[in-house]
Design a protein around this ligand. Structure first.
Ligand code: AKG
Ligand code: MN
Length: 234
C-alpha cells in the first residue's frame, strides 16, 4: 500500500520529484500528489472489513470475461469485469460494449461511502477482478468520449496489493517520470481532472502472486451521453 517513501524515492529505485502537498495521516485528509497535469488524492487503507466486502463482491457481482479486439484480432480480456450504472449510462472501450448491470446493494453501499468522502456523485462504475497476478490492465487513460472530463475518477482497491503505475501521455516522457503506487487493502485513490488528459495508467502482471485483487472505478457519464429510453412503439 502507499506511494514512494517521503523522500519521493520509488521502491524500484527510481527518483521522482514529487510535490507532497499534504501528508496528514488523518483518515479524512487525503495525501495529495501533484505533477504537471496530475492531481491525485490518496486515502491509504480507507475501507476496513476487507473480508466482508471481498466475499460480498465476489459473490454478488455478475462478473464476465469480455472479448477485446486489437489490431483486428480478438482476445479474452485478462481480468473479469462488470459495468454498473444508472439507466442509460452506456460505456464502451477497445471494442467492448458493456451492458449496464443494476447497482447491487453492496455496491450501492460502497458508492455512497465513496461519494461522501470524495464530494462527488457518480452515475457509473467499472469493476475489475484480477483473479491472480497473471491478470493485468495495459496502459490507457480513462478518456472515452462518454466520460465527463471535468469529473474525478475514484478508484477503490480491495484484496492483494498490485502496482498501479502512472506515466505522462506525452511521447517525450522519460522512464524516471513513471510513478508507482501499491494499491489494495482498501486504498482509495482519486484521479482529479485533468489527469486523464495528460497521464496514462496500468496494472502490470505479478506472475508469482496468487491472491485476487478487486478494483472499483467510480465514473461520471456526461449528461449528453446518457441514452434515454426510446418512446414505446405505437
Ligand atoms: O485496477 C486498477 O487499479 C485500475 C483500473 C482502471 O484503471 C480501469 O478500470 O480503467
Ligand atoms: Mn483506467
Amino acid at each position: 500500500m502507499g506511494f514512494q517513501d517521503g523522500a519521493g524515492r520509488a521502491k524500484d529505485g527510481m527518483s521522482h520529484q514529487l510535490n507532497l502537498l499534504d501528508s496528514s495521516p488523518a483518515s479524512d485528509q487525503p495525501v495529495r500528489w501533484e505533477r504537471s497535469g496530475l492531481h491525485l488524492r490518496h486515502w491509504p487503507r480507507w475501507l476496513d472489513q476487507q473480508e466482508h466486502w471481498l466475499a460480498a463482491l465476489e459473490r454478488d457481482v455478475p462478473w464476465k470475461q469480455e472479448q477485446i479486439t486489437l489490431w483486428g484480432r480478438t482476445h479474452p480480456l485478462p481480468r473479469l469485469t462488470c459495468w454498473m450504472g444508472d439507466p442509460g449510462c452506456c460505456y464502451s472501450y477497445s471494442g467492448v460494449y458493456n451492458t449496464i448491470e443494476p447497482w447491487t446493494a453492496t455496491v450501492q453501499d460502497l458508492r455512497q461511502r465513496v461519494e461522501e468522502q470524495v464530494g462527488w456523485s457518480f452515475n457509473s462504475l467499472l469493476l475489475n477482478l484480477y483473479r491472480d497476478g497473471r491478470d493485468k490492465l495495459d496502459w490507457h487513460a480513462d478518456d472515452e468520449p462518454e466520460l465527463d472530463p471535468a469529473a474525478p475518477i475514484a478508484s477503490l482497491s480491495l484484496g492483494a496489493c498490485r502496482s498501479f503505475r502512472l506515466r505522462p501521455a506525452s511521447p517525450d516522457r522519460q522512464p524516471a517520470d513513471t510513478l508507482s503506487f501499491e494499491l489494495g487493502q482498501g486504498d482509495l485513490l482519486v484521479m482529479d481532472p485533468p489527469t486523464q488528459e495528460h497521464w496514462q495508467h496500468q496494472v502490470p502482471q505479478r506472475l508469482r502472486l496468487q491472491q485476487p485483487r478487486l478494483n472499483l472505478t467510480f465514473r461520471s457519464i456526461r449528461p449528453q451521453a446518457i441514452r434515454h429510453a426510446e418512446p414505446p412503439a405505437r
